[in-house]
Design a protein around this ligand. Sequence first.
Ligand code: FAD
Ligand code: NAP
Ligand code: FMN
Length: 599
Amino acid sequence: MQAPVLPDTAPFSSEQRGWLNGYLAGLFNAGNLASARPSAPGAAAANTLPVPTRSLRILYASQSGNAESIAFALGDRLKGASAGGGHVWVPEIAAMDTGSGIDWGKESHVLFVTSTWGDGEMPDNGKAFWNWLQALDGQVFSHLTFSVLGLGDRNYARFCAAAVQLDARLDRLGAKRLLALETLDTDFETPATDWQNQLSRILVAGEVSTPVLEAKTDVPAGWTKANPFPAPLLENRRLNGKNSAKDTRHLAFSLAGSGMTYRSGDALGVWPVNHFELVDSLVIACNAHGGETVVLPDGQIISFRAALLAKLDLFKPQKNLLQALQECGPAQGDRRRLRELLSEEGEAERETLLTNSDVLDLLRAFPTAKLDPQSLVGKLRKITPRLYSISSSPLAHPHEVHLTVGVQRTHVNGRVRYGAASSFLASRVPLGLPVNVYVQPSSHFHPPVDPSVDLIMVGPGTGIAPFRAFLQERAASGGTGRNWLFFGDQSQESDFLYREEILEFRGKGVLSELDLAFSRDQAEKIYVQTRMMERAKDVWSWIEGGAVFCVCGDAKRMAKDVDAALAQIACSVGGLSPEAAEAYVGQMAKDHRYLRDVY
Ligand SMILES: Cc1cc2nc3c(=O)[nH]c(=O)nc-3n(C[C@H](O)[C@H](O)[C@H](O)COP(=O)(O)OP(=O)(O)OC[C@H]3O[C@@H](n4cnc5c(N)ncnc54)[C@H](O)[C@@H]3O)c2cc1C
Ligand SMILES: NC(=O)c1ccc[n+]([C@@H]2O[C@H](COP(=O)([O-])OP(=O)(O)OC[C@H]3O[C@@H](n4cnc5c(N)ncnc54)[C@H](OP(=O)(O)O)[C@@H]3O)[C@@H](O)[C@H]2O)c1
Ligand SMILES: Cc1cc2nc3c(=O)[nH]c(=O)nc-3n(C[C@H](O)[C@H](O)[C@H](O)COP(=O)(O)O)c2cc1C
């Protein structure tokens, strides 16, 4: 396929246009984003004669699918591999919450892969198991051998906390480590493959020193994170009125010709391109022109500007950047300050500075320390794709995918900081040009398979995204199940996202119930959970009648308060004690009747 060329009318300088044309050409060269990803079955091919087997539990807790895909890749690798004594491994892979139902007395080996969510918490499909594990006492797992792989993000204060706690708890319960705890940052693909290799060596009998299972280096079939589809942007429409404090965009991309499919409830991964002005400022801060050649950690050779635009995270600098600044001969004042910050006594001040600065802030804070392009590139983390809940149903839009994106802008130290992906999507992609995307399937967050089941959806702000898709799906499938939406945002006049569509769903009876909560239209705050409490009797009656309850949007505040409101309704209307209400809500989650897509 021919790469498109940026039209002359596009709002970019000639240099930016030149780069973008190169970038777009790169998009059409499938090899440029290839990375190691395992998909091979176990080295020992499945025997055609019956052979004795040994069970190997692989339990994952995953919110957006990363840990889950590692767990399945590991299972694929070990399936049928020799376990010694004429046995072969039979991996059983499942979400961690199934763990409380396992007869652990019969198990010998268990491998855990868990991410961390919220503020250092377990993903939703690991919470029940974690609670169960905490209630156990004594050396009840002394017969078990285990290993934990944690996925996380060093930008969060409690890095990989779920994995760290799980590992420590299993140790307390007497289980023996097969491998020490491994915690991985957002750039986890290659080290996760290494972890699998190590485990393979240990678990596959007689192959302790050489790798039995090699990571495959070919790109897996289809469009993936490593091999994204360049989806042309079809539509970019602001959903807020002109008086709104917010900028929420409806974006539509074409999937025509890709063969790409998705389900309502899946997310779309988007590879961002950083802000042009920020990149220009960084180039200037390095006394460079941007055309310098740099080598990325994976060996790729590209221009300095291209690396800053599309390959590196410019947001959260690490201590190593301060060290690099110190090493490039700053003048006396900067040198002294850097020495203080890098000393043991300077730790608290250093952490505050690193938390509140982006890469440009640091370069500007030490103007006499001139880093050359290669030194800077070597100190930055790889850019990561951002996930967005898909806001269209393939039944309604078979060759398109829609997103509902809140543009992130914050004012810090006199500068506007633009969220990399949200500002890229909102203002830096001309219509018709492609964005690198892939589908991140959700294992749990989908409308009920049975169209006669009732559905309650709580989705304020951009949380409306998947519910627009769910409603399109429920309208298209024409089931008898009732639909109830709780939506809210700041002001009815300017922030009623998808107002016409939602009112049309209501008018046509697809939405049986609609409750709106506009927080800033009156003196006191009215939130979605305020409306839930006002309608507590009906909410409880739907739930007792088997309704599925779904929540999407802000994790830190809204999702926690909605969770508390649900438990409160179980107490006040259902007559349950607080403990019984908590157990009731926990059971709903286990039964896949309480689903969350929160971020
Ligand atoms: C499963 C899932 C589904 C999601 N669905 C949606 C959705 O449907 N819609 C949606 O809008 N979002 C959604 N998100 C959130 C989305 O993935 C992004 O996290 C969000 O858009 C911010 O990404 P960004 O690249 O724009 O911002 P980032 O570059 O990641 O920045 C994050 C924040 O930090 C601020 N910031 C950036 N640089 C600095 C700096 N130097 N100093 C201080 N602050 C700074 C930014 O202003 C921004 O507020 C979802 C997330 C997940 C995990
Ligand atoms: N953690 C934070 O401090 C914070 C703040 C803003 C946005 N965000 C991020 O911004 C994105 C979502 O933003 P968005 O524009 O979609 O929507 P949003 O910021 O979640 O706002 C949607 C609506 O929810 C209300 N809200 C605020 N606190 C709430 C609570 N505790 N319970 C219920 N509703 C509450 C807001 O009211 P008011 O705005 O009037 O309070 C607004 O009316 C997410 O990525 C989110 O994590 C985070
Ligand atoms: C809303 C949100 C909260 C997160 N909280 C943490 C955290 O507290 N600690 C951490 O190390 N990583 C945190 N992460 C990073 C995830 O653990 C990381 O993206 C991981 O790869 C996700 O894996 P999964 O797809 O299997 O859930 C968070 C990510 C999001 C989107």
